[in-house]
Design a protein around this ligand. Structure first.
Ligand code: ZN
Ligand code: ZN
Length: 350
């Protein structure tokens, strides 16, 4: 009897050991295959985006400060092997990783103005690019105030930088590349542009836009091999934006349907919420209406107009058509793209 019990125990142990070994082997194989798969996907995505034969625009965030499902404002442009990021609203750092963008390759960030929906995730963009392997300097360009903003982020990340290098060592987390430098510039008040960035044929100009009382506020124009992409930043209808957008291949612009926001304002008044009614009234003063934008793009002979930072945020064919497509296409005859988070636009180069 005793011998039978011993035998049974022996078989149980043997059985459990075999199971555990099999499970452990299958987990090893699972982890290895996932690591391989994710590395392959990232390498392939980076190769595609850093391809020098085309420019790729990725709308990394199309939201605004108003509640919506979208990541706040941000646009990535890949040009001649360079990764340029325009604005860094809340959620963009994680969004870029989900989109498999080569975050460690970011070389320059351009901030349009100091509303938080355009810079809230800047600290994470700077930090994550380093954690994921950035081994080159990162410069954050922006109008007056950018140095204070970046230095504030760097101060709040001081301990984070220290712990990472101390734990992983200089070879893995070189302290030399942590943080970011700044390039603070003053846009010209006459509406003409200024070269902010120039590298291997890629030129980025900065120009003043009217987002009063937010000043400074700027837009950017990227040029390479005869192609031009304009980023409006946040702006009211502006002659400066029209001038800088003249003949642009792409104008990536904020937009508001003001008659719809006026209705929202009245609705808040009628339910006696004066605070939100006041906010809805105020925001109509410093954004560009859909019809105004259509007229601007038509007058500037813009080839493709890309809508981002849409206020209000709507989705669905019928709503998008009524609120943005119809008013714009009544006056603008170029191509219209209504962007969503992660939207990619490829521009072949001659
Ligand atoms: Zn904004
Ligand atoms: Zn703004």
């Amino acid at each position: 009897m005793k011998s039978n019990q011993t035998k049974s125990l022996y078989f149980k142990i043997l059985f459990l050991s075999v199971c555990s070994l099999t499970l452990s082997c299958s987990w090893d194989r699972f982890v290895l295959s996932r690591v391989n798969e994710s590395t392959t996907v990232k390498v392939k995505a980076a190769k595609e985006l850093l391809d020098k034969d085309k420019i790729t625009i990725v709308l990394t965030g199309t939201g605004s400060p108003l509640p919506s499902e979208s990541i706040q404002n941000s646009t990535a442009i890949f040009v001649n092997g360079q990764f340029l990021l325009f604005d860094a609203g809340d959620g963009v750092a994680m969004a870029m990783e989900k989109l498999h963008l080569p975050v460690s390759e970011i070389g320059a960030v351009f901030i349009t103005h100091f509303h938080s929906d355009h810079f809230a995730d800047l600290g994470e963009v700077i930090d994550r690019s380093w954690l994921l392997g950035r081994q080159k300097p990162l410069t954050v360009h922006g109008p007056k105030g950018i140095s204070d903003l970046v230095n504030g982020f760097l101060k709040s990340y001081q301990l984070e930088y220290h712990y990472r290098t101390k734990h992983h060592g200089e070879a893995v987390m070189p302290s030399q590349w942590k943080g970011a430098k700044t390039n603070e510039f003053s846009p010209k008040s006459d509406g003409s542009s200024k070269i902010i960035y120039e590298k291997d044929g890629v030129v980025v100009h900065g120009f003043f836009v009217n987002h009063e009382p937010v000043e400074p506020a700027v837009g950017y124009r990227v040029e390479y091999k005869g192609k031009s992409i304009v980023i409006s930043g946040d702006t009211a209808n502006s002659e400066f934006l029209k001038k800088q957008s003249f003949g642009a291949d792409y104008l990536i612009s904020e937009v508001m349907n003001k008659s719809m926001i006026a209705k929202v304002e009245k609705a808040y008044e009628s339910i006696e919420n004066p605070r939100l009614a006041k906010i809805m009234k105020d925001i109509q003063l410093y954004h560009i209406d859909a019809t105004e934008l259509g007229n601007l793009a038509e007058a500037a002979k813009v080839k493709t107009l890309v809508l981002t930072h849409m206020i209000p945020f709507v989705k669905g064919y019928v709503q998008t058509k009524a609120i943005y497509k119809d008013p714009i296409q009544k006056v603008f005859h170029g191509e219209l793209i209504i962007a969503h988070d992660g939207k990619r636009i490829e521009i072949p180069l001659p």
